[in-house]
Design a protein around this ligand. Structure first.
Ligand code: UFG
Length: 342
């Protein structure tokens, strides 16, 4: 498929894996990433895997002129995947204005420019956090949108609504993809998750504890009403998430919107506890992890996992990677990173 796609946040974690998958599926990719939360070394990994140098616009999408410059140079963009956003739940609670300003201004500028330049096919990086504390599990796309648990989650809820309103106003063709817990790395270990600071998420914390970069993993809470007392999440391989974006774009570009839905859950469809993640990691990589049980973390929901049936059926997408693959590839990446940095 010889079409041009703009990937905002293409140097980030999910963005970079998606760029690789798009290129491998014949798309031409242009990236817009201001590198405020990502490392340009990721472009070397993308090039090593695909053999392609990707053009990056490094300006801030919260500036309208930056967005216009991209579309003026590339008026033939056939689709946009908008990843660029801040994503740390805890930080968003401490600095809410930063999240609203960054996440919403960039979205508004892109949408306004889409109208101005007559561009269509907008894929929005959303999150299962839009469901808040879901009443029933697995949560499906029709579940009510509850109060957001954080400003971050609220920016995703508002973002979804703004896009729906643009569709109502001028027929913007769009899809909203709600991720559960993406983890793991490209099987080559040439790209993977690269937190700019101390990681907040479970899997990178586990892998950095395993390599000795961090001393000890704290498991936040072991007195929850779950089988082993720890929280339950739906971990999905970042390669499967990436492939879902390619599948989403292909669907939008080739099928009338009457044949697909606007909103899709992207999860593995299975809940795993924090303790299960730790124990599976130890088993699959033959490592003993230094961990302890700690206090609950504020804002954590007890359990969430998603129904991914709609995405599988309508996007011609299937999961290719297991929970074990996630934990193995994440560790391989961490080891490769450590060796490279030594
Ligand atoms: N956890 C620990 N120790 C750690 C880190 C995490 O025990 O050092 C636990 C958490 O308490 C939670 C589970 O591991 O129970 C998963 O936590 P993550 O931080 O990895 O993921 P979250 O489910 O909190 O958040 C993720 C994304 C968000 C997204 C959210 C949607 O990071 O961007 O899923 O639920 F919004």
């Amino acid at each position: 498929m010889d079409k041009k796609v703009l990937v905002t946040g293409g140097c980030g974690y999910i963005g970079s894996h998606t760029v690789v998958d798009l290129i491998e599926n014949g798309f031409e990719v242009v990236v817009a990433d201001n590198l405020s939360r990502s490392n340009p070394v990721v472009f070397e990994g993308i090039e090593a895997i695909t053999g392609r140098k990707v053009e990056n616009f490094a300006g801030d999408l919260a500036e309208p002129a930056v967005v216009s410059a991209i579309f003026e140079k590339h008026p033939d963009i056939a689709g946009i995947i908008h990843f660029a956003a801040y994503k740390m739940v805890g930080e968003s609670v401490l600095e809410p204005y930063m999240y609203y300003r960054n996440n919403l201004n960039s979205l508004l500028n892109l949408l306004e420019a889409c109208k101005q330049f007559g561009l269509q096919n907008f894929v929005f990086s959303s999150s299962c956090s839009v469901y808040g504390n879901a009443d029933a599990l697995p949560v499906n796309e029709n579940a009510p949108i509850k109060d957001a648990e954080s400003p971050y989650a609220h920016t995703k809820q508002i973002g979804e609504q703004i896009i729906e309103q643009c569709n109502a106003a001028y027929d913007l063709n769009y899809m909203l993809l709600r991720y559960f817990n993406p983890a793991g790395a490209h099987p080559s270990a040439l790209i993977g998750e690269l937190p700019i600071d101390r990681p907040q998420n479970l899997v990178p914390y586990i892998t950095k504890t395993a390599t000795g970069e961090l001393e000890q993993l704290s498991i936040f809470g072991n007195d929850y009403p779950t089988e082993d007392g720890t929280c339950i999440r739906d971990y999905i391989h970042v390669m499967d998430i990436a492939a879902a974006h390619t599948a989403a774009l292909k669907t939008m570009l080739t099928k009338p919107s009457s044949e697909w839905s606007r909103v899709y859950n992207l999860g593995a469809g299975e809940g795993k506890s924090v303790l299960e993640a730790v124990q599976t990691f130890e088993k699959i990589n033959g490592i003993k992890l230094n961990y302890r049980f700690a206090e609950r973390r504020a804002g954590d929901v007890i359990a969430i996992y998603g129904d991914n049936k709609k995405a599988r059926e309508e996007l011609n997408w299937e999961l290719k990677y297991s929970f074990e693959d996630i934990l193995k590839s994440a560790y391989d990446w961490e080891v490769a990173l450590k060796e490279k940095n030594q």
